[in-house]
Design a protein around this ligand. Structure first.
Ligand code: ADP
Ligand code: ADP
Ligand code: ADP
Length: 214
């Protein structure tokens, strides 16, 4: 299956993607995680992306599309993938369409996670991620780690993402509304969008998502 996950920052895309990718036996591809890995390794790509990410703006398409394409052309992604955080504007969605068309394949669904803004703000404020792997995600009150400040999965140190500050979150939400939400209409015209509520327990949301993808 080839699935795109959309939703505002903090909706739970990464959390759900981990379970869905496992259930569906497809790789979870998060452009945010790829950027953070590049930043912590100090690569050129990470250096190019950092100022945009810290400001809550989108990293330019020239950088992002190439990185996403590289990841999608790896061998584990030939039979499907779950895209988390890509595409994030209409230009990226068009580039993805061209890429899929070249390979003679299609998206199966665009899963749209709906969460009210006040809940998103709470989820982001309490989010703590692992320094070793930002796919390992916790929440101070909703899913606290067993030991404070330590990742349950790998023992790495937990920290608050620099772009999860209150000020940057406001910019990211605005960027979501103005640049990312239009892709929902873009995909709706292709009949691909399924919208679910991402409120409630993580496992309940996963069940809802699996049901919607049937
Ligand atoms: P969240 O999970 O809170 O939505 P992500 O980890 O997906 O955040 O993304 C963090 C930041 O990385 C974004 O605010 C943006 O600066 C950058 N980023 C991630 N994916 C993309 C993309 N597809 N296009 C441009 N920038 C991106
Ligand atoms: P996104 O990738 O959309 O930015 P995350 O998956 O990182 O979102 O989730 C944001 C925060 O909300 C994390 O701290 C995560 O632990 C928490 N979270 C995710 N899903 C739920 C849920 N169903 N209920 C409560 N908290 C959640
Ligand atoms: P912080 O609030 O600690 O700066 P960031 O989200 O900005 O957190 O950093 C993401 C990752 O990039 C972390 O693993 C961090 O160690 C690393 N990092 C932080 N600052 C820099 C920098 N100037 N250059 C390269 N990597 C950095």
């Amino acid at each position: 299956m080839r699935i795109v996950l959309v939703g505002p920052p903090g909706a739970g895309k990464g959390t759900q993607a981990a379970y869905l990718a496992q259930n569906l036996s497809i790789p979870h591809i998060s452009t945010g995680d790829l950027f953070r890995a590049n930043m912590s390794q100090g690569t050129d790509l990470g250096k190019q992306a950092r100022a945009y990410i810290d400001a809550g703006q989108l990293v330019p398409d020239e950088v992002t599309i190439g990185m996403a394409k590289d990841r999608m052309s790896q061998s584990d992604a030939v039979n499907g993938f779950l895209l988390d955080g890509f595409p994030r504007n209409v230009g990226q969605a068009e580039a993805l369409d061209v890429m899929l068309k070249d390979e003679g394949v299609k998206l199966d669904a665009v899963l749209d996670l709906e969460v009210p803004e006040d809940e998103v703000v709470k989820r982001i404020a309490g989010r703590r991620v692992c320094r070793k792997d930002s796919a390992h995600v916790f929440h101070l009150s909703y899913s606290p780690p067993k030991t404070e400040g330590v990742c349950d999965v790998c023992g790495g140190e937990l920290y608050q993402r620099h772009d999860d500050s209150e000020e940057t979150v406001r910019t990211r939400l605005e960027v979501y509304h103005t640049q990312t939400e239009p892709i929902i209409d873009y995909y709706r015209s292709q009949g691909l969008v399924v919208t679910i509520s991402a409120l409630g327990e993580v496992a309940d949301v996963t069940a809802r998502a699996m049901d919607a993808l049937k």
